[in-house]
Design a protein around this ligand. Structure first.
Ligand code: API
Length: 277
């Protein structure tokens, strides 16, 4: 099959973007996995389709699939790339604000430059998908047994599930073992994106994320939002935070509960291609 696509990335979180404005999404799970292969395919952390909206209050819909072929509800770096892609396709002008429909509902996107996008990511939900919280447990401080270690995590949904652990040293080898275990932990029947965040000061943090369906990535936008929500609820950061991931930095702004959370960062084109698989 021939499939035209754009390769993009948002601070190193890389995407294959597929134009489905005029046709149904053409790929099955096996084909998605084949395109994701970094040796025999194109390689991506997420594949994103751009489609007509189901919700007519939104301009476009975007679908999200991980490298293992599983779907996701939200993708922070991906939605910035959707906005930049729409600009290139002549659908969006610089300075425009537009509502886009994700699998988990609408988000509002502002294109401030050709590769600079701000997104209202909505209100973080502190009761993520099917996490069996005790009634008295606080979502930002939740104890969980991971391979014999009892860890304190925050559990947040940004439209997709996140487990966030606040750490003193982001380089600690233990984190590399915990990441995959937390992602596939039985407390998360649908899996979780596992974030490890090290506060630097009240306006700067460092973050690494082991993603459900894609493994360790260079950046995770919703992971940055989830980390912000947890740290802010714990009173450890101010309203505006620079979140530095291995691939670059995002600005995250959140007043607190009841408010929507804002993310700003770049979106970059890499190449246009044609899949012949
Ligand atoms: N990298 C994405 C998140 C992908 C989430 C996906 N791995 C999931 O299964 O939820 C981001 O920038 O937000």
């Amino acid at each position: 099959m021939k499939l035209s696509f754009s390769k993009m990335h948002g601070i190193g979180n890389d995407f294959v973007m597929v134009d489905c404005r005029q046709r149904a999404f053409p790929l099955n799970e096996e084909q998605i996995r084949a395109i994701a292969d970094r040796r025999t395919g194109v390689g991506f952390d997420q594949l994103i389709s751009i489609e007509r909206p189901r919700d007519t209050s939104c301009a476009f819909y975007y679908g999200i699939w991980n490298a293992d072929g599983t779907p996701s509800g939200q993708c922070g770096n991906g939605v910035r790339c959707v906005a930049a892609w729409l600009h290139r396709a002549g659908e969006l002008s610089i300075g425009d604000t537009v509502r886009l429909e994700s699998p988990s509902g609408p988000v509002t996107v502002r294109l401030s430059g050709p590769g600079e996008v701000t997104v209202d990511m909505g209100v973080p939900t502190l009761e993520p998908e099917r996490i069996p919280f005790r009634a008295d447990a606080q979502a930002e401080r939740y104890s969980i047994d991971v391979g014999g270690d009892v860890l304190e995590i925050g559990a947040v949904s940004m439209g997709n599930p996140h487990a966030v652990m606040v750490v003193a040293d982001l380089q600690a080898p233990l984190l590399y073992r915990i990441g995959p275990l937390l992602t596939s932990h039985s407390r998360f029947p649908k899996g979780a994106n596992s974030g490890f965040v090290q506060p630097i000061d009240r306006g700067q943090v460092r973050l690494r994320v082991h993603e459900r369906g894609s493994g360790w990535t260079l950046a995770c936008g919703t992971g940055a939002c989830a980390a912000m929500a947890v740290l802010r609820l714990r009173g450890e950061v101010d309203e505006k935070v620079q979140v530095t991931l291995p691939g670059g930095t995002l600005t995250i702004e959140w007043v607190g509960p009841g408010h929507t959370l804002w993310m700003t960062g770049p979106a970059t084109f890499v190449f246009e291609g044609e899949w012949l698989g």
